[in-house]
Design a protein around this ligand. Structure first.
Ligand code: FAD
Length: 441
């Protein structure tokens, strides 16, 4: 069996590694048009802002490493130009030599990821405008900062990438303004939770402009639709991504309106022996089964491993996602999973909503901090629909417990009975998760 994988970051390499672990006989080829592979995209903001994080820490593995460790052919600098699903062939271009050649497959995995959305802003192709997606794009920002010593920047988009970058640019002494089109930072949170984050950022001295659309980027400023002019030496556009699904749709693979490829629990597309994984693919909600596009490395790795198992005859199946995410900006951790209150109401749920402010550990410790938990439950099923948490310490632990409870279908009355680990440095006798269940019961 010959497996061909297109794309070699989180999803593609996971497919290959699992396929090889399951089957020593199959032939595996990966085509990657970039030269960086299997890197941590999630580390890019810190690579920019922390001089101690070297490039090779983010990109620890080379094509040769994969070839040796997993006995596969990983061809970097090779772009797949087209696929012929009838005779199971593809046309590949060696970007170093310009040579084009044909290859064939028995199983084809599309792991082509996603690319930053380029909003219609005048001046967006300027030399002082950047995107952050892969290692090269981070290198571009690092090089620009090193050679121009900029004082001011504008980040367009107050999502998690924009806010992680904000912290890292401020670490470099750059004064940052964040401009967001929506009425809130983190548009995937309810407004009543986003305000905590917005207050925190404002108190940190961040210039946060909400509800404003950037229309023009000049050499030394950025302009908005309402005529605001913000001084900036450079701008970074962090307005989301779009799946790289042209190759797939070109052979009749079904895609959603946002471009994400439709897959089933085996990561199969509607075309025989063609699979899709990672940011190019649409996931679905564990809660109600509806399509859910939350492109994250965690999901890309999982989909990749499952796909590698499926195509080598294994029994792993993709179960969907809750859309869990977490990030930090300065000392604030922001996490969310499942539906917001707004989303639950839009879908007609009869919701019970609570806000629960609790310390992460016994209050006499210096590191004790309050966290705000918003939980949205469905009165009918007695189960959680979503949780949002903001705080400085212990947010990740609580979020992961909520995720485990939601994934296993626990009802809120079960939370109090959890035998959670407790000692004063770690929690309170009744953990914030237990309190949430007690209030909702
Ligand atoms: P990609 O990483 O997009 O890789 C796809 C690859 O396919 C690319 O290298 C591309 O060159 C290649 N390719 C495309 N078309 C072709 C072709 N025709 N021929 C050959 N090669 C092709 N996720 C988290 O879970 N947690 C985080 O904290 C987090 N932080 C992030 C921070 C930043 C700044 C960014 C940018 C992303 C972050 N992510 C995070 C998201 C995560 O990095 C992505 O979800 C993950 O990289 C997706 O992996 P992928 O393999 O599906 O796609």
């Amino acid at each position: 069996m010959k497996i061909v994988i297109i794309g070699s970051v989180a999803a593609g390499t996971s497919v290959a590694a699992k396929a090889r672990r399951n089957n020593e006989e199959c032939e595996i080829t990966i085509y990657e048009k970039d030269s960086d592979i299997s890197y941590s995209g999630c580390g890019l903001p810190y690579y920019i802002g922390d001089s101690e994080i070297e490039r090779d820490v983010l990109t620890p593995r080379t094509d040769k490493w994969f070839e040796k460790r997993f006995n596969m052919d990983l061809k970097i600098g090779h772009e797949v130009l087209s696929i012929n699903k009838d005779n199971k062939t593809l046309v590949v271009k060696n970007l170093n030599t310009g040579e084009e050649f044909e290859d064939n497959y028995d199983k084809l995995v599309i792991a082509t990821g996603a690319s930053p959305i380029k909003p219609p802003i005048a001046g967006i192709d300027g030399k002082n405008v950047f995107f952050l997606r892969n290692v090269k794009s981070a290198d571009n920002i690092i090089e620009y900062i090193a050679s121009n010593s900029p004082k001011k920047a504008v980040i367009i988009g107050a999502g998690y990438i924009g806010l992680e970058l904000l912290e890292n640019l401020e670490n470099l002494g750059i004064e940052v303004t964040v401009v967001e089109r929506e009425d809130r930072a983190m548009s995937k949170m309810d407004k009543d939770m986003a305000v905590y984050l917005e207050d925190y950022l404002t108190k940190k001295g961040v210039n946060l402009i909400l509800g404003e659309e950037v229309t023009k980027i000049n050499e030394k400023s950025v302009e908005t639709a309402t005529g605001k002019k913000i001084d900036a030496d450079f701008a970074v556009v962090c307005t989301g991504v779009r799946p790289n699904s042209k190759l797939a749709s070109g052979i009749g693979v079904e895609v959603y309106p946002n471009g994400a490829v439709k897959v089933n629990h085996k990561l199969e597309t509607n075309i025989d022996d063609v699979y899709a994984v990672g940011d190019v693919a649409m996931a679905w909600s564990i809660i109600n089964g509806e399509p859910m596009y939350v492109p994250l490395g965690s999901t890309a790795n999982k989909m990749g491993r499952i796909c590698g198992d499926v195509i080598t005859g294994g029994h792993l199946r993709f179960k969907g996602i809750l859309g869990t995410g977490i990030f930090k900006v300065f000392d604030m951790a922001v996490a969310s999973t499942g539906m917001t209150e707004e989303q639950a109401l839009e879908r007609g749920y009869d919701v019970e909503v609570i806000h629960n402010i609790k310390p992460n550990q016994t209050a006499y410790f210096e590191t004790s901090r309050e966290m705000v938990i918003k939980a949205v439950a469905d009165r009918k099923s007695g189960k959680l629909l979503g949780v949002q948490i903001l705080g400085e310490n212990g947010v990740d632990k609580r979020m992961d417990v909520f995720v485990a409870l939601m994934s296993t279908g626990a009802t809120v009355d079960e939370f109090f009975h959890l035998d959670l680990a407790y000692a004063p440095p770690f929690s309170t006798t009744k953990d914030p998760v237990m309190y949430t269940g007690m209030i909702l019961e």
